[in-house]
Design a protein around this ligand. Sequence first.
Ligand code: S3P
Length: 173
Amino acid sequence: MDANTKRHLLLTGMMGSGKSTVGPGVAKALKWDFYDLDAEIERTAGKSVAEIFSQEGEGYFRRLEYECLESLLGSPRPSVISLGGGTLLDERSRAKVRDHWVVWLDLAPEELWRRVQKTQRPLAQKDFEAFRALYAARRPVYRETQTFYLRCDHLDPDQIVHRILPLVQEGAS
Ligand code: S3P
């Protein structure tokens, strides 16, 4: 599928990369819908991501995550969707997102780790070495799936939005 037929814009990257912060700004500028996949999962389950992990386990969370992604991608209206950091680990999800723009927001693991401190993220509760190992293991997955790579260490959210917009606007023209 070429750029002219792509419909949704998906933001991927590790926990703390700014997907949920930047997504609404991109959607607003494009006048598209915005969805945060974690928020959709929480709405569907009626509980927080941390509660789903602790009560039902990661496997159950991943199933819900796939179902919610599938449902959002089915929307005929163009949307910006902030994925979870682990969404694209599922091969079926990777296959689904190939028809859309996938923007990988990347930062140094030290900065990602700093940002996720004092949050409830279930997969960031150990030490930095465990987090760095997760980052290293996921990079090939993000790399394989992305259509656009953005290194964000020295960019504020507005600058990130303005780097993303031309991708879609040029693709759509
Ligand atoms: C996860 C990232 C989280 C959330 C869940 C699992 C992951 O989303 O989906 O805690 O596997 O990296 P964010 O990337 O928005 O923090």
